[in-house]
Design a binder for this molecule. Structure first.
Ligand code: CP
Ligand code: NVA
Length: 311
């Protein structure tokens, strides 16, 4: 059977993604009830290549492997031959000989695709300039835990049409909800990604109008990793796009607010927004662990329906 990779949310079917969300919730409940007693990955290794910084992604993947009885290897270009010019494809072939899966956080999505094409073990996108699909597994899981099925609901993305926004667009397609993308002019998401989503996604430019009666509000930093030189210009261009409590007041009364983090208080969110009970960002961050466990299990072992009920 061909190796399955997870480079975008489109690499899995809608049905497989819905399975993963339910499986992640079961795994989380099992961990709470029984502790880290489920160890399906004895002697399995995940290589983690980080070409950009990370707190949540590194800790969640490394902890997932440890709790599942396996091992995670942190590889940075500074300490590996990747940083000295060894071709991506050669690295992928070599790692495939030794490890069971590879997680990559990098700049170029095309580079990640090159890596995956040469890999005979599953490759997971842990963020590229274009997508961050693992974050969306945790986000949809959090939405599901708090409010049930997201099918037919409405979310709004306020901010940059960036990697997170692209993954939210793909999520709207796969999980069948409406997404309003509200961004300053000139910061729209990629046209091809938008067009592929059809009428599930609309682009707006007025944040106060965009949040009207939505079920979920989300945002992200204005300058992503690699765009630090644009920080000052972006702060000016995104004026008026800060998510505030007053914006949430215009949404549905049971609205939730998500942010992939790290957050910049006083920029894309008000200084107090994360203290608002409608913000569920700590649960969202914690869900990275459980959602990625479900993903790793699916890619390495296929569907597992029994645990925690029969263990
Ligand atoms: N949300 C997220 O991916 O966080 P890190 O950059 O800390 O991994
Ligand atoms: N858009 C952000 C997400 C960080 C998790 C970035 O790429 O830096």
């Amino acid at each position: 059977m061909a190796t399955r990779h997870f480079l975008t949310l489109l690499d899995l079917s809608s049905e497989e993604l819905r399975y993963l969300i339910q499986r992640a919730i079961s795994i989380k409940n099992g961990l709470k009830a029984h502790g880290p007693s489920y160890s399906p990955f004895s002697n399995r290794t995940l290589a983690m290549i980080f070409e950009k910084s990370s707190t949540r992604t590194r800790v969640s993947f490394e902890t997932a492997m440890a709790q599942f009885g396996g091992h995670a290897l942190f590889l940075s270009p500074r300490d590996t031959q990747l940083g000295r010019g060894e071709p991506i494809g050669d690295t992928a072939r070599v790692l495939s000989e030794m490890v069971d899966a590879v997680m990559v956080r990098t700049f170029s999505h095309a580079g990640l695709e090159t890596f995956a094409a040469a890999s005979t073990v599953p490759v997971i996108n842990a963020l590229t300039d274009d997508y961050h699909p693992c974050q969306l597994l945790a986000d949809v899981m959090t939405w599901t835990e708090k409010r049930g099925s997201i099918r037919g609901r409405t979310a709004v993305w306020i901010g940059d049409g960036n990697n997170m926004c692209h993954s939210w667009i793909n999520a709207a397609r796969q999980f069948d909800f409406q997404l309003r993308v509200c961004c300053p002019r000139g910061y729209e998401p990629r046209q091809d990604i938008l067009e592929a989503a059809g009428d599930r996604v609309t682009v707006l430019h007025d944040p106060m109008a965009a949040v009207d009666k939505v079920d979920l509000v989300t945002t992200d930093v204005w300058a992503s990793m690699g765009q630090e030189a644009e920080q000052v210009k972006r702060e000016a261009d995104f004026a008026g796009f800060q998510v505030t409590e007053a914006m949430l007041d215009r949404a549905k009364p049971d609205v939730i607010f998500l942010h992939c983090l790290p957050a910049h208080r006083g920029e894309e969110i008000s200084t107090t927004l994360l203290d608002d009970p409608r913000a569920v960002v700590w649960q969202e961050a914690g869900n990275r662990l459980h959602a990625q466990k479900a993903l790793l299990e699916f890619l390495l072992l296929g569907r597992v329906e029994s645990w925690p009920t029969q263990h």
